[in-house]
Design a protein around this ligand. Structure first.
Ligand code: NAP
Length: 314
């Protein structure tokens, strides 16, 4: 029987997928080790290990010292955890898991839109704390007739649109270039914010989108506006967002992602007009299973010399 290929597993991105990888390959788990131990593991694999699997959002830079590394199979679609300057320089190929998580993330986007505009979490607390006995609950807002402005209308953005239209939301968007779609395109985020009631960020992370949603955007969105972010926390100037929430510059926010996860600033936690989720956009059993299968299929294709299924082309 041929010996199993070696595989470096960089972080504990998904237990079921990692268990499947453990069965298929001779795996070397990097997490939980000191920096020195990690380098030792890699040193022992020089020339003998061609592949690594990792969460797409976080990839320990030490793996780039593995001189025989040819492929990084990433679990997730947002590949801002990968150092593409290094992968391109060394001809290391990268795969990710696009498409299979769109339903999960789009459903959560609707949950954030609904919970922020209808104050669902506060209403639940209101009942549990018996406040209903003495007070009436403040009104929320209708979605019908409002405009949902999407920054980054890609695969997930379009899945959100499919769900937003039955709520009779109007759709506007900003990408670097317009798409052949019947929604209003704005060439800048500022113009989109000026024409949106709910501004939703679905952008990738990385230097090109860092802090592109800043104080000015929140001022333009205005006191009735709601901000929702399921893209990346690094897309937002988090300090400006906190000020906008504290000072009523915007009405509220629904957030799944943060600038320095899993750290969430105390001041943000203390804002009352927010719904804060722990980056669970793709965290459904169905999406995780499909993402894991895609990681495995990409690795199988690589080791059998076939075309990669979902290669990231930079
Ligand atoms: P996608 O299909 O590539 O869509 C991204 C969209 O953003 C594209 O339409 C692109 O259009 C636009 N875009 C990219 N760079 C831009 C820039 N600098 N300025 C303006 N628009 C820009 O990706 P997706 O599958 O929808 O995923 C989008 C992102 O969602 C991921 O990268 C990840 O960060 C995030 N995500 C989060 C979760 C979660 O759990 N919260 C889960 C999955 C994904 P143009 O190229 O025309 O600009």
């Amino acid at each position: 029987m041929p010996s199993k290929e070696n595989l470096l597993v960089v972080n504990n991105f998904d237990q079921d997928t990692i268990s499947s990888l453990d069965e298929r390959y001779s795996t070397y788990h990097l997490w939980g080790h000191s920096a020195e131990e990690k380098l030792k593991i890699i040193q022992n694999l020089q020339g003998k290990c061609r592949a690594a699997a990792t969460g797409s959002w976080d990839c320990d830079k030490c793996i780039y010292t593995l001189n025989s590394l040819e492929i990084i199979a990433a679990f997730g679609v947002g590949v801002d955890g990968i150092d593409f300057s290094t992968t391109l320089k060394h001809g290391i190929r990268v795969t990710n898991t696009p498409g299979v998580l769109d339903d999960a993330v789009a459903e959560l986007a609707m949950a954030l839109i609904l919970s922020t505009t209808k104050h669902i979490i506060e209403a639940d607390n209101f009942v549990r704390s018996n406040s209903w006995i003495d007070h009436s609950f403040p009104p929320g807002r209708n979605l019908a007739g409002k405009t949902l402005g999407i920054i980054g209308l890609g695969r997930i953005g379009e899945a959100i649109v499919q769900r937003a239209l039955p709520f009779r939301l109007k759709i506007a968007y900003h990408n670097r270039s317009p798409k052949n779609l019947p929604y209003t395109y704005f060439p800048t985020i500022a113009e989109l914010a000026a024409n949106s009631d709910i501004l939703l960020c679905m952008l990738p992370g990385g230097d090109k989108t860092r802090n592109c949603i800043d104080k000015e955007i929140f001022q333009i969105l205005g006191a009735e506006g709601v901000f929702v972010n399921l893209g990346r926390g690094t897309n937002v100037d988090e300090e400006a967002l906190i000020e906008a929430l504290e000072q009523g510059i915007i009405a509220g926010a629904g957030l799944d992602v943060y600038a320095n996860e899993p750290e969430v600033p105390k001041r943000l936690q203390e804002t009352r007009n927010t719904v804060l989720l722990p980056h669970i956009g793709s965290n459904t059993l169905e999406a995780r299973c499909s993402m894991g299968n895609l990681v495995i299929k990409n690795l199988e294709a690589f080791f059998s010399g076939e075309a990669l299924i979902t290669e990231v082309i930079q």
